[in-house]
Design a protein around this ligand. Structure first.
Ligand SMILES: *[C@@H]1O[C@H](CO)[C@@H](O)[C@H](O)[C@H]1NC(C)=O
Ligand SMILES: *[C@@H]1O[C@H](CO)[C@@H](O)[C@H](O)[C@H]1NC(C)=O
Ligand SMILES: *[C@@H]1O[C@H](CO)[C@@H](O)[C@H](O)[C@H]1NC(C)=O
Ligand SMILES: *[C@@H]1O[C@H](CO)[C@@H](O)[C@H](O)[C@H]1NC(C)=O
Length: 736
């Protein structure tokens, strides 16, 4: 195979012993936009109109190595760009890592781990010669039934914003352009090509736009516009969203490309802000339908329907993003072959990334219930365990399943384009068997319907582990009648009955759920269910990550990035079957609704147990504001610094996720409280540390619809610090 020529100084050799692995340049420091635009200007100024248009146009679905490929140019030379899924790793490729999903990255509440995940993904995409990674996803779990919620970070904008910022930076520092997606208001799969998500501008800014704003601050190179419409206009031809908000207010300098098949016009799209059409065809399911860009765009410019400066601007945005990530300096040749994977050259980019996946899988596992310290378990004190449920095993079919649209085996990612094929998967049965060792007998059954057999297997084991799952995905695949979105929020495969049968038979039952989002748990108070673990979607190292938590190698610190309700009807949004979807709950998504309506959740946002306990003391809050010289009531800027002392008051070392929620003055009309900071702090037993938060204008502002600006409201604020949204340990008020 061809090895890219790179300067020898900045090279790290991955898998030195293996001739067919790839060379990846060490971290790159992206250029500033100004420097990148200067270089782009020099190149684009030599391009003809046709050439400028060519680099904005995709070559068509399944016509190229990647899921998206642009036309390149010669004289001046600009390469065909490779755009590839997915937010959790490389889709349609072998010898890649299949890591934890976005929802797990969020559940770690761990900035550093989120960054490391992005860095290894960036290395892998670069290693395969991809220019643009199609992630991170940042659509909200407005309702737990939304099919693609698991690809992103859940129900809170601040948490989603951290996921966005750290992921964009981590990917781009490897020299790969990240894509913030899907812009905007793409919260369900049902009717996603024709429904209009209608939301007022305050909600738009305070929730849905938030992670995109953080991405732009992190210098994201590209943004994908969504399938759906907003206020009756397609997202990919929406002047307000792309021009006014994204390129205007946020000052986005990179390029906007369409979701696959989301372009619906030529002049309208281009004039309203679309910079690249993907994968290029008018109808991607119908070859030879032509393209809205290409010759149609050149014609539109020549006819005066699109100003030529606009075509230049489109090209500049694309070329500048490319220079910014230093892809002119030895970016590896593309070695994917997405639609004939078996023909792709052997390029192994996995390095030791499985170690990070294992750690992240454990760090995002949420311990929901743990009666009398049932967990962790010392394998030396155990003679026999039972492992029950189809969710505990794998099957060769799992590896041949198109975009993971299958069920009946352990769940470690959802389905759709946001997936990668597993290079292997350590299933829970293998992970637990290995961790308990040869001296412990393991009896198992994977039949979810034979309850007698399950009870039989569970009966005389020291511990009975029972597994179940709930899946969802993208609408082009239907699994068990679910067209992407979830039909319900109950467990699949007879899960509730299976869990009950096992719990009736064994007084040390441990429930493990792999789910895309919340499920109902009618069995939660069963006296024999001593522990409940929630590993979410942990990727290829699933069983190892689980075993690390079960045996106490890792003390769990994962936290729920969404609210788990007691009843399905406690959620306020739902999946709409209508073509107009007013986001009527406005700011009251997730815990904000539960807080506002005073509904007791089963497990609140931010919740998760530890094997140790933490004491909170000495909260101190200092607020500083500067006021407008003329109008002394108008706050120009403010900073709030809070610090709190956290002590590990238990018997083992572990990490606490310290969460800061802000209540705005009543006059602001905001939800009761909103997450505005979190820190993961690791402490040996008996040790103490001071955790600090700094809230700036971003965290202290609301969107004022009258002036269409961010304003810091004046009045009494309260900062609540605690271990979850419903476990506030210390509060303090300040006035601005
Ligand atoms: C690379 O991928 C191919 C195809 O999936 C597989 O057969 C092979 O074992 C992989 N090689 C390694 C070293 O993982
Ligand atoms: C939709 O219309 C509402 C009401 O006029 C407005 O506040 C909001 O900004 C619009 N949103 C979009 C995406 O156009
Ligand atoms: C131009 O667009 C029209 C639809 O507006 C389409 O039918 C035609 O095939 C396109 N032309 C080319 C050359 O792609
Ligand atoms: C919910 O959906 C799952 C998956 O399709 C199905 O197995 C289950 O039976 C459904 N539950 C109810 C109560 O209909």
């Amino acid at each position: 195979m061809h090895l890219p020529s790179l300067s020898t100084t900045a090279i790290t050799l991955l898998f030195a012993a293996n001739a067919a692995t790839t060379l990846v340049e060490a971290k790159v420091k992206p250029l500033s936009w100004d420097a990148a635009y200067n270089k782009a200007e020099a190149l684009v100024s030599q391009m003809s109109l046709e050439q400028k248009v060519a680099i904005t146009t995709g070559s068509g679905w399944m016509k190229g190595a990647c899921v998206g490929n642009t036309y390149g140019t010669t004289n001046p030379d600009f390469p065909s760009l490779c755009l590839q899924d997915a937010p959790l790793g490389i889709r349609f490729a072998s010898n890649v890592t299949s890591g934890v999903s976005g929802i797990n990255a969020a559940a770690s509440f761990d900035r550093k781990a989120i960054r490391e995940r992005a860095e290894y993904m960036g290395k892998e995409f670069k290693g395969k010669g991809v220019h643009v990674q199609l992630g991170p996803a940042m659509n909200f779990m407005r309702d737990p039934r939304g099919g693609r919620g698991w690809e992103a970070g859940g129900e809170d904008p601040f948490l989603m914003g951290v996921l966005a910022e750290e992921t964009v930076k981590g990917i781009q520092e490897q020299g790969v352009i990240a894509t913030a997606k899907h812009f905007l208001l793409n919260e369900q799969e049902t009717n996603r090509h024709k429904s209009s998500s209608d939301v007022d501008s305050r909600t738009l800014h305070e929730i849905y736009l938030w992670p995109f704003a953080r991405s732009v601050e992190a210098d994201v190179g590209s943004i994908m516009c969504a399938y759906n419409l907003a206020n009756a206009t397609y997202a990919c031809e929406n002047d307000y969203l792309m021009n006014t908000v994204l390129k205007g207010e946020l000052g986005f300098k990179g390029f906007v490309h369409s979701d696959w098949g989301a372009t619906h016009s030529t002049a309208k799209s281009v004039n309203n802000g679309l910079d690249m059409t993907m994968p290029g065809d008018i109808d991607m399911n119908n070859a030879n339908t032509g393209t809205y860009f290409g010759k149609n765009l050149t014609d539109a410019v020549e006819a005066g329907e699109v100003p030529e400066e606009r075509a230049t601007d489109m090209a500049m945005r694309i070329v500048a993003s490319w220079y910014k990530m230093k892809q002119d300096k030895g970016h590896p040749e593309t070695t994917l072959d997405s639609f004939h994977m078996e023909k792709a050259p052997y390029v192994n980019v996995q390095s030791n990334h499985k170690k990070l996946v294992r750690e992240m899988g454990a760090a995002s596992n949420v311990l929901l219930k743990n009666v009398k310290n049932t967990l962790p378990i010392d394998p030396k004190k155990v003679k026999k365990i039972a492992v029950i449920g189809s969710d505990s095993i794998t099957d060769p079919k799992l590896f041949n399943c198109a975009d993971h649209g299958c069920t009946g085996y352990t769940l470690a990612q959802g389905w759709g384009s946001g997936t990668t094929y597993y290079p292997y998967i350590v299933d829970p049965l293998a992970g637990l068997t290995n961790a308990f060792g040869k001296k412990v007998a393991v009896e198992s059954t994977a039949d979810d319907w034979d309850l007698k057999k399950a009870a039989e297997v569970a009966k005389d084991s020291d511990y009975a582990f029972v597994f179940s799952n709930a899946d969802s995905g993208e609408e082009y695949i239907t699994v068990d009648g679910n067209v992407g979105d979830r039909n319900n929020i109950t467990l699949w495969h007879n899960g509730d009955n299976l869990i009950k049968a096992v719990a009736d038979a064994n007084k040390n039952t441990i429930v493990v759920i792999h789910a895309v989002g919340p499920v109902l748990m009618p069995w939660i108070n069963h006296p024999n269910i001593k522990a409940v673990l929630w590993p979410g979607l942990p990727g290829q190292e699933s069983g190892n990550s689980l075993a690390d938590v079960v045996t106490g190698k890792v003390n769990p610190s994962g936290r729920l990035p969404y609210t788990i309700a007691k009843r399905e009807e406690d959620y306020n949004a739902g999946i709409s079957q209508e073509l107009v979807i007013p986001y009527e709950e406005r700011l009251l998504m997730g815990y904000k609704w539960f807080d506002h309506a005073k509904i007791e959740p089963l497990f609140p946002f931010g919740y998760g147990l530890s094997y140790t306990k933490f004491d909170y003391s000495k909260l101190s809050v200092k607020a500083k504001a500067s006021y407008d010289k003329k109008d002394k009531k108008t706050i120009k800027d403010a900073t709030v610094k809070a610090s709190i002392s956290i002590k590990n008051a238990g018997h083992v070392e572990g990490a606490e996720i310290v969460q800061a929620y802000l209540s705005f003055p009543k006059s602001a009309g905001s939800p009761p409280q909103q997450l505005r900071g979190f820190e993961k702090v690791f402490l040996k037993k008996g040790k103490k540390e001071t955790v600090k938060f700094e809230l700036t204008k971003t965290e202290l502002s609301i969107w004022d619809e009258g002036t269409e600006t961010w304003v810091i409201p004046s009045g009494k604020f309260t900062i609540n610090i605690g271990a979850s949204s419903r476990d506030i340990r210390k509060s303090s008020s300040f006035t601005l």
